[in-house]
Design a protein around this ligand. Sequence first.
Ligand code: ZN
Length: 420
Amino acid sequence: MAIGGVGYRLGLDDTDAPAGLCTTWLGAVLAERLEARGHRVFERRLVRLNPNAPFRTRGNAAVALLCDGDPAAAFTLACSLVEEYAPLDAPMTNPGVVVAERPLSPAFYTRAVTDLCTVDEALRELGAAGARYRGYGNGRGLIGATAAAAAEFPDRTYELLVYREPSRWGTPREVDAASLFAAEAATAPHTWDSVDPGNRAVVCVPHTPDPVLFGIRGESPAWVRRARELVVSERAALEACWVTNQGTDAHLVPGTCGLLREGRSYAVAGTVVNVPSTGEGGHVTLLIQDGECELRCMAYEPTKGFRGVIRALRPGDRVVACGSYRQGSLNLEKLRVVSVAEAVVLRPPLCPSCGRRTTSAGAGKGFKCRRCRARAPAAERVVEERSIAPGWYEVPPVARRHLARPLCRGPPAFGPDGGG
Ligand code: ZN
């Protein structure tokens, strides 16, 4: 019953605990209780924020509910729910509740997903909009709650989250893996990341003790529902279809070699400097260059087959590297090969008189035939056949971050050198 109701946005963050619960579950329960009290909830938003933020909760997720109703009653209800369920004595759990009737600045959300915000900045934002808010513990949850309530999504996807019976929380989940593979096969590319066919892995069933049974990600509510109907599992207690910034690359900003800041995520254009190397643990290092500046890019072992793409790069290839900049390295999420260089390998030439392969006669001394002693001055240039073509490449679903846009949604576009 929205008659006489006031439009408001309710933001909620950081109700997670190491031993269970999650902010989306509390948001889904809150939405049901609001509807039961006559509020109209016309959108549930799952808002991922900067995955590199220190003190972040797992996945750094906040939620927002876009509603009509009595904002004061909604605020009271949200606070009582947080106090009922969130482990307020856990030092890492610092919930935030925001109810705003007037718009908050979308720029605050943009900063919270691409950079870092402080509690003080959130408080200023809330004060300027005259919003109701409550921060528990150190108040850190107000950052995500404010960002979620402020969010505008230029691009959006959907996730249908299915929650477990509370009596089953912490026990092994019963979700039929074959049905997940079948659901993905029937709905891809309109849904993604339920499973990773290439690595024969289930991706959408968490292993943590939280209330989520599984989640289906996709491009529309209809597609995620269609996939969900094909999944065979234990009985669900609650389901919610969230509008989300997952799979949109909202965390990426254009970056330039030498000007990257710790904890932000970038798309950086450059030229491959040398043949990529594989180090201990199977991690692959790629060095790219833009002018005088070099940037180390990493494809870590968990990115599996993506490392083969990186290993196939050669000096002179032009690329756009995308990922988070941490401790001096760009941790690759996806990469565009803009152009492929001619890869030339030099080797000793054939002997001009007897046709056998010569050997080096020493540095700068040309080549010499061991059998007939003939000399050959110049090395033979062999053009290596390249196994990689221009285009976009990405890590597999098992290694994908929540915010990273999967290529099944179409190629991303980053700046003048990064597009298509
Ligand atoms: Zn010879």
